[in-house]
Design a protein around this ligand. Structure first.
Ligand SMILES: Cc1cc2nc3c(=O)[nH]c(=O)nc-3n(C[C@H](O)[C@H](O)[C@H](O)COP(=O)(O)OP(=O)(O)OC[C@H]3O[C@@H](n4cnc5c(N)ncnc54)[C@H](O)[C@@H]3O)c2cc1C
Length: 337
């Protein structure tokens, strides 16, 4: 049998996790990761990485959405329980979500059935943070810090023989000749590569601060969050629909600082490490699909895996596993599109 050649486009958390699952399934395949940006230049690198799928995360069906979330949780939790978990940037973490207005905001349909603990807070806990908090939940979940995970999985892939190339792909025809299948994990880049109007940037800005005394995460109203990680605490945030602005906005930064410090006043003593902006690749539904294009009488087999919005760290493993199943199907040529 001739050698199987697979290209994975994109080196964010989705691309690298997909490449990893592909290498696990097709051990002898020649797999190339092709991307224009890596590590600190990706959106994935900006994320705090809390496992908390929101209601705007959606697959084509409720059943599939739940499957992707469950498979993802199992992937991260299994990794956390190995001796590599810490190096890979995966840990377990607990914290609070409060709201002064909406009881539903503190609930999470997906998490309540999945995580080891998800409960309403007591009256006493509602007074833990300054504010007029009326509703709240406390839960235990997972955190994956991409600043640790991306280099860790890159090394794993290189050790397994996966090759990395730096290149901007403007069209699938640019690269199709060499490959049996192309797996498209280009995040927001897919908007242009696939001419996909459903894919919209959701701009976010965060502050990374040095506050090692914060061990618990906190969410408040107006997209306010404080999430401790391995070597910093992430303060957020904002969600600006259809904004492509990658510059740091002074006013967003000031608003985030003020909201977080009023929720957890001890943050007033925290040193700023960095400020970051990222464009979440939002799409409803997330696109994990087969696609066969015929160009110049030649068939190009593509599997798309993009559009994870604000939940790509959470859900990358589940959609990646699904994408690998689609690769198997598209290569066998037997099933319908
Ligand atoms: C402020 C902020 C906080 C967040 N917090 C969380 C969180 O707590 N939990 C969570 O689950 N998610 C969070 N997210 C969302 C998460 O970061 C994204 O969903 C995730 O990073 C998407 O991963 P990706 O691999 O699809 O995209 P990316 O990380 O953007 O990777 C895309 C890759 O494709 C490459 N590429 C694009 N176009 C081309 C092209 N034409 N040719 C070659 N290469 C190309 C890019 O260079 C890049 O390597 C957050 C996002 C932001 C902005």
């Amino acid at each position: 049998m001739s050698e199987l050649n697979i290209a994975v486009l994109g080196a964010g958390i989705v691309g690298l996790t997909t490449a990893f699952e592909l290498k696990t399934k097709f051990r002898n395949a020649n797999i190339n990761v092709i991307s224009d940006k890596f590590n600190e230049d990706t959106t994935s690198y900006v994320a705090a990485g809390l496992f908390r799928p929101g209601s705007s995360f959606s697959g084509p069906t409720e059943e599939l959405t739940r499957k992707w979330i469950k498979d993802s949780y199992n992937y991260w939790d299994d990794l956390r329980n190995t001796s590599e978990g810490n190096k890979a940037g995966v840990t377990q973490i607990s914290g609070y979500i409060f709201s002064s207005q909406y009881p539903n905001i503190v609930r999470n349909n997906y998490l309540e059935k999945l995580v080891p603990l998800y409960r309403k807070v007591t009256e006493e806990e509602l007074t833990l943070c300054p504010g007029e908090w009326k509703y709240g939940c406390f839960f235990t979940t997972l955190l994956t810090q991409s600043t640790e995970y991306l280099p860790w999985i890159t090394l794993k892939l290189q050790t397994a023989g996966v090759n990395f190339f730096t290149s901007t792909i403007d069209s699938f025809t640019d690269i199709n000749k060499k490959y049996d299948v192309i797996v498209n994990c280009t995040g927001l880049g897919a908007k242009f590569l696939c001419n996909d109007n459903k894919l919209v940037p959701m701009r976010g800005q965060v502050l990374k601060v040095d506050a090692p005394w914060i061990k618990t995460f906190f969410y408040g109203d107006y997209d306010t969050y404080i999430i401790p990680g391995f070597n910093c605490v992430t303060l957020g945030g904002c969600r600006q629909y259809d904004s492509y602005d990658l510059r740091i906005n002074k006013y967003d930064g000031l608003s985030i600082k003020e909201r977080c410090e009023s929720l957890v006043p001890s943050l007033k003593g925290a040193k700023l490490i960095s400020e970051k902006v990222g464009l979440r690749p939002h799409r409803d539904p997330v696109r994990v699909e087969k696609d066969i294009k015929t160009i110049n009488d030649r068939k190009i087999k593509i599997v798309h895996n993009y559009g994870h919005g604000g939940y790509g760290v959470t859900t990358a493993p589940g959609t990646s596993l699904y994408a690998v199943d689609l690769v198997t199907e598209i290569l066998s040529g037997g099933s319908k599109l």
